[in-house]
Design a protein. Structure first.
Lengths: 300, 554
């Protein structure tokens, strides 16, 4: 049963830990990453970007007269424009997240809340996209720490999908809204309609020229086949039932398949230079956020 | 083939719950998972299984049903046609003697005998018959020839231990007579073979006797008895004997209680085969209850001989009728004796008929003719059944007397001085206790049914009444009459043979099972077929469930 109360989902101790994490995030960002965060938009700045031929309607003030003296052609001098970072927090709301103790969905919402808090504390813009819960509106990009309380309420009310949902379809629908490019952090268990569904979904986000980072949440019980015996295994998302006999051999093969899938995710992220954090729900959410900050790539 | 208990086939209805439980067990448990992607991958491998794996469940059900069928068949007790052609007649002889209470065979020899008897009854076929004899004194036929097992079991339930040693010989004779009246008569003797008087070999010939006995370790009282002592009025003697039987010496206490109060405690160190004896002397005029208990000894096999009770009856007053004129010496002497109730009768014509157990003292008179009672004649003045009067004796002197006579004990009769006496020729059979140079002074016949004693001197013409010899002689006479009345029976104990718990039947007795005791018979041979079927089925179910839980057979 997922949490539906703010105090239940985000207890005061958790929020207190977030406050201390924001200080750490601020130090890391100021010390090394300020120059990295640049937009491809051109604008007013002190840093030169490139030249562009003058066309009617352009601002006369940006004509480079020295270049005109050399090339006898009117050109505009363009500068790199510094802008706010848009952090898109993609929250997996598919039914497969409603499993385990603690429930993976609650864990993911706490994680998203933590990342959002750090983003807002750094004066960046944070957006939350409930992938799979299409009827629930996304949390639009915004700036300012004052929005955090509203964000918590938003996350608390965030529902799970009521039907089986393909991760690829959910990613495709979000990309189709043409969100402003930025950092997309996908918080998910990466269990899709099939074994390639999650990778295709990541491709969708990657092709839309977003910087992508992935936090894969898994429950310890998912890696094991469980007690021996004969069972009807029911998929909580699709409702599909498989009759299986769990013995030592079947348990071993299950562990092998699970490990292979995890390695395929790792290989994909490594190939495409996507930061990946595979976390277990046994680890405290604040520890995961700390690891994401220290590893880099999640908070810029 | 026929069945003794065809109603047992109704137990086949148990197949319904077995099949129901089978279906319940084979129903798959549902497990909710976050994704079935990996299980979907494994599914082809999971169901690509061996034939054994697919058939295992059906084989399990089949074996369970087969087990049920075997059990039901065992309960129905099938009989082959050839079996019913030879009906057997069994005479069951149960030994209820006290040694069957021994617990060296679990739970006890008696219970084990009952179990063997019940087992033998259960094994009877429909055409067989049996009778039950309890080897008590006299033997009891618990039931006549019967084929009904229920009737035989009911009769068996009536069998009780006797609490004492019994003689099995009459029961064996009766059993042999009964068995000889049947074409296939057979005698089964269920006993431990511990009898004070064992039967002869020919009495045991052809008898099936699975002797029921164990190690026989026992420590017990083999004697505990009390009796009046004749050393003085009211005195008693208490005797006890303790014996140990076992591989090693034992130690403990013997506690003696008198009317519930501890009288003595003896610390005993007993060596097997060496009895311990002890007697106690005391004085008690009233009824007294003595109790002996063994305490502190190692646990033994027979408890009945660890405790004994003996009762000393109250001393019975001896009635004395003095047929004499008033005489201060006689009155004083009779009054000074304990437990003597005396009365005077005078003149002699008032004397009634003789009372048995009463002592009559005649002085200066003679008893009536044919007076049949214990009689003391003092100075009889005429001839009679006691002897022939010959004449007076002047200045007699006790020249000789019987030193070992009970009546003259402690009297010092040789010291009395006599002035005159009468000379008698004693009647035939009379015994001369004291004489004066060949002339009898005291004579009589003091044994048997008719007792009489004659003193041939006058009390007033001697110093006899002035000496202690006078009351002592009277006391000895009276105590000798008290002897038979005050005998107390010994405590009811099993006795030395029973306490030993060792078979008294010789090993070469011609019984069919003498080389091994019932306790040493293989333990598995005593269980019926249905018991083995149930045990096998239970083990199979456990193994089946164990292997199923651990996927051993997967």
């Amino acid at each position: 049963m997922i949490a539906t109360d703010v105090d239940q989902l985000f207890d005061p101790a958790f929020l207190g830990r977030l406050e201390s994490l924001s200080l750490l995030a601020r130090q890391l960002v100021r010390s090394r990453l300020r120059s990295v965060r640049r937009s491809v938009q051109r604008g007013a700045s002190v840093e030169f970007a490139e030249y562009r031929p003058f066309v009617a309607g352009d601002d006369w003030r940006y004509i480079d007269w020295n270049a005109f003296a050399r090339w006898r052609q009117l050109v505009l001098k363009l500068f790199v424009e510094e802008e706010d970072l848009h952090v898109h927090l993609l929250l997996d709301c598919t039914v497969s997240m409603d499993w385990g103790q603690p429930v993976k969905f609650d864990y993911a919402r706490q994680l998203v809340a933590g990342l959002a808090y750090i983003t807002l504390a750094n004066l960046d813009r944070a957006a939350v996209i409930p992938l799979g819960a299409e009827d629930y509106q996304l949390w639009p990009p915004g700036r300012g720490r004052h929005r955090f309380l509203q964000l918590l309420r938003y996350l608390t009310r965030c529902p799970l999908a009521d039907t089986a949902t393909s991760l690829e379809d959910a990613a495709r629908r979000w990309v189709a809204t043409q969100p402003r490019r930025g950092l997309a952090i996908w918080v998910s268990d990466l269990f899709g309609a099939d074994l390639g569904d999650a990778l295709r979904a990541l491709d969708r986000v990657r092709y839309s020229r977003h910087e992508l980072a992935v936090i894969q949440i898994r429950h310890p019980g998912e890696a094991q086949a469980g007690e021996v015996g004969e069972y009807e295994v029911e998929d909580c998302e699709t409702g599909a039932v498989e009759k299986v006999i769990v013995d030592a051999g079947a348990a071993r093969r299950y562990r092998e398949r699970f490990a292979e899938y995890q390695e395929s995710i790792q290989r994909y992220c490594h190939t495409h230079q996507i930061p990946l954090l595979q976390v277990s729900t046994e680890i405290a959410v604040t520890d995961v956020i700390t690891r994401s900050l220290m590893a880099g790539g999640f908070v810029k | 083939m026929s069945f003794l208990q065809p109603i047992a086939w109704s137990a086949l209805a148990l197949a319904i719950p077995i099949v129901a439980f089978y279906l319940l067990k084979t129903r798959l448990r549902r497990r909710l998972v976050s994704t079935s992607l990996f299980w979907h991958q494994l599914a082809p491998q999971v169901y690509n299984t061996s034939l054994w794996r697919k058939l295992r469940r059906w084989l399990s059900l089949l074996l369970q049903l087969l087990f049920l069928t075997a059990l039901v068949m065992a309960l129905a007790q099938p009989i082959a046609a050839w079996q019913s052609l030879q009906p057997a007649s069994l005479v069951l002889v149960l030994d209820p003697s006290v040694t069957m209470e021994a617990t060296d065979v679990a739970p006890s020899r008696w219970q084990h005998a009952l179990q063997l008897a019940a087992q033998r009854i259960d094994q009877m076929r429909g055409v067989d018959e049996a009778t039950l004899i309890l080897a008590a004194d006299p033997p009891q036929v618990l039931t006549s020839w019967a084929s009904s097992k229920r009737l035989l079991h009911r009769a068996l339930a009536q069998a009780q231990l006797s609490g004492h040693s019994t003689d099995v010989r009459p029961a064996l004779a009766l059993a042999r007579n009964l068995a000889q009246g049947r074409p296939h008569g057979h005698i089964l003797l269920l006993s431990d073979g511990v009898w004070p008087e064992p039967p002869k070999k020919e009495q045991l010939a052809g008898i099936e006797a699975p002797w029921i006995s164990g190690d026989g370790v026992n420590t017990g009282l083999t004697l505990f008895a009390v009796r009046r002592a004749f050393s003085g009025p009211g005195e008693f003697q208490l005797a006890a004997r303790v014996e140990a039987h076992g591989p090693s010496p034992v130690s403990g206490n013997l506690e003696i209680y008198r009317d519930g109060r501890l009288m003595d405690v003896q610390a005993l160190e007993l060596t097997p085969g060496q009895p311990w004896d002890r007697t106690w002397d005391g004085r008690a005029g009233q009824t007294t209850r003595f109790e002996a208990k063994l305490a502190g000894f190692p646990p033994d096999r027979l408890t009945r001989d660890d405790h004994a009770e003996a009762v000393l009856p109250a001393q019975t007053p001896v009635k004395v009728e003095l047929v004499a004129p008033a005489n201060g010496f006689l009155d004083a002497a009779l009054s000074s004796l304990d437990s003597v109730a005396w009365k005077r009768t005078w003149p002699a014509q008032q004397l009634g008929p003789a009372q048995p157990g009463m002592l009559y003292v005649f002085y200066r008179c003679l008893p009536p003719p044919d007076f049949a009672a214990a009689t003391v004649l003092i100075d009889p003045a005429a001839s009679g059944p006691w002897g022939e009067l010959r004449g007076p004796i002047d200045q007699p002197l006790i020249s000789d007397f019987q030193h070992d006579s009970e009546l003259l004990r402690h009297t010092g009769i040789e010291k009395i001085g006599l002035q005159k006496a009468r000379e008698f020729i004693p009647a035939p059979g009379a015994e001369v206790l004291a004489e004066s140079f060949g002339k009898p002074i005291i004579f009589g016949q003091w044994h048997g049914d008719r007792r009489w004693l004659a003193l041939t001197f006058d009390l007033e013409s001697s110093d006899f009444v002035l000496r202690t010899a006078f009351p002592i002689l009277l006391g000895n006479i009276i105590e000798s009459l008290r002897r038979e009345a005050d005998v107390a029976p010994p405590a009811p104990l099993p006795g030395p043979i029973a306490s030993a718990l060792k078979r008294t039947v010789p090993d070469n007795a011609p019984v069919s099972i003498t080389s091994r005791d019932a306790a040493s018979v293989a333990w598995w041979s005593g269980y019926p077929l249905w018991w083995w079927a149930v045990s096998f089925g239970a083990c199979w179910l456990l193994a089946e469930w164990w292997s199923y839980s651990r996927r051993i057979t997967e």
